[in-house]
Design a protein around this ligand. Structure first.
Ligand code: SF4
Length: 491
């Protein structure tokens, strides 16, 4: 009788956990889980704690977004510890963005699943909202690129890194959109994160080179699915867990850890996912995002402010407009939510400024992307045979090998504000050039290694080396573009 009661208790426990874990005998697969798999289990078991952390992050985020935007502009002698606006600038642009980018290389999209305030809010809204099905237009694969490109250019036009009002507009606007999308679409899901978030695409490609992921054992899944009472896992970013083979879409929330004794958090070689990518699976939009977005547009967005070429362009354009019109281009009456407009800080953009900044960023992006794409196209030459997958698919696949360089370039660009803020606080920044060189070198070497691995299927060694050299030329171009900024224009 007692034994039967014990067995019933064990079955009940298994049902509660939604896995066969509680039925596993000592010495089973569950008993030998690695510490990182147990960390995944811990995340699943402590959902309430994770949610509490998420709401604390939401509260801090809302406070730092709203209060500085309603406060007067800080004086020239304001510091992070005595001025909330400067503190918020540190929090958002000095720490949050650069190091969230960096965290993707280490922990995948843990930021998204465990901390992100937008994810928390959109999922909460989706719990109480209209629960509509995700419309087809929202599933368009180009949104990650388009949203990233628009946000990057618009952010520069309103000086998002410099002013709290602009930060509230860009970050707060994105958060508001996340809440609305969550309220209308999905049920306890993160439809916004999956389809429309401006950094979803960037995080997804970066997570592909993370050394951790949730590994799915399909055989164990199939074996256990029919034998235990299954409690469905609520995967908020809508990942098809059973078929999950990569880390791009997974928010590392841990909710599926241990599910059917078939899912667990695990280490993997950081290069494996990109190196093993099949050419057929290489997405055109991912390639566009990496080459034109994370490399081209990002370089343009961080270049213009320090570029002597931009100054020359501006002088020439202003002279032309003064002589030939139209004169309205020289007016500075654009609202702050369209173009930078802070007369009290002597920082006001004319319409011409706005036009030139947007044009400079897009033109730089186009030139850099065209040069990098040309190198990828040449590198994909061995695949020019009349066979499938095509040379184009292989060029897209090679674009994915640029992820480390592209991601670390974005990190360096964003962290340049960290350096500026640190200098304003009187902190020592003497080691920054060396650190930048090291990070850039890591990105370049890592990308080269990925390309070399991807080119392993080129039959002739001479062809493989030729392709590799073409790819290396693209890497050198990107490294040179960042180097001009960091080691020449703004030392
Ligand atoms: S697959 Fe979904 S439920 Fe599982 S860890 Fe990733 S985001 Fe969470």
């Amino acid at each position: 009788m007692a034994a039967a009661r014990t067995a019933r208790a064990a079955i009940g426990a298994a049902r509660v956990s939604g896995s066969v874990a509680a039925l596993a005998a000592p010495g089973s697969r569950r008993a030998t889980r690695t510490w990182i798999a147990r960390y995944g289990d811990w995340l699943r078991a402590h959902g309430a704690l994770i949610r509490a952390v998420q709401w604390i992050v939401v509260a801090i985020y809302a406070f730092l977004i709203i209060v500085p935007a309603l406060s007067p502009l800080p004086g020239n002698d304001a510091h992070a510890l005595d001025n909330l606006t400067i503190f918020a600038q540190w929090a958002f642009w000095g720490v949050w963005w650069p190091f969230v980018i960096l965290s993707m290389f280490v922990a995948g999209r843990t930021w998204c699943g465990v901390f992100c305030p937008e994810g928390t809010l959109t999922e909460a809204a989706s719990r109480f909202g209209l629960h509509r099905a995700v419309p087809r237009w929202m599933k368009w694969g180009g949104w990650p690129f388009v949203a990233f490109a628009l946000t990057t250019v618009f952010g520069q036009l309103v000086s998002v890194y410099q002013y709290a009002q602009a930060a509230m507009l860009v970050l707060g606007g994105s958060t508001l959109a996340a809440i609305v999308v969550g309220f209308v679409y999905g049920r306890e899901k993160r439809v916004w994160c999956r389809h429309l978030c401006p950094v979803n695409g960037v995080f997804a490609v970066l997570a592909r080179v993370a050394p951790v992921h949730y590994r799915v054992d399909r055989e164990a899944w199939a074996r256990n699915a029919g034998h235990v009472a299954i409690h469905p896992v609520n995967c908020a970013p809508l990942v098809r867990i059973r078929r999950m083979t990569g880390a791009a879409d997974c928010h590392m929330c841990g909710r599926c850890s241990g599910h059917l004794d078939a899912v667990e958090m695990a280490w993997r070689p950081a290069s494996r996912e990109v190196a093993a990518l099949q050419a057929d699976d290489a997405s055109a939009w991912d390639a566009m995002l990496i080459v034109f977005g994370m490399i081209g547009l990002a370089i343009g967005a961080f270049h213009w402010n320090a570029s002597p070429w931009f100054v020359q362009l501006k002088l020439a354009a202003a002279g032309f407009v003064i002589d030939h019109g139209p004169q309205w281009l020289l007016q500075d009456n654009a609202p702050w939510w369209l173009l930078t407009h802070y007369p009290a800080a002597n920082d006001v953009f004319t319409w011409l400024d706005g036009l030139l900044i947007a044009s400079y960023i897009v033109a730089t992006g186009a030139v850099v992307a065209a040069a990098v794409w040309a190198s990828l196209w040449v590198a994909a030459r061995p695949y020019a045979q009349p066979s499938t997958p095509s040379r184009l698919q292989h060029a897209r696949k090679l674009a994915c090998a640029l992820v480390p360089l592209a991601g670390l370039g974005v990190f360096l660009g964003l962290s340049s504000l960290t350096v500026t803020l640190a200098r304003a606080e009187g902190l020592a920044t003497g080691a920054v050039p060396l650190l930048r060189a090291v990070v850039l070198a890591i990105g370049a070497l890592w990308s080269l290694r990925l390309a070399w691995l991807q080119l392993a299927d080129v039959p002739q060694p001479s062809q493989r080396w030729t392709s590799f050299c073409a790819f290396a030329f693209g890497v050198a171009l990107v490294a040179a573009a960042w180097s001009i900024l960091f080691f020449h224009w703004s030392r």
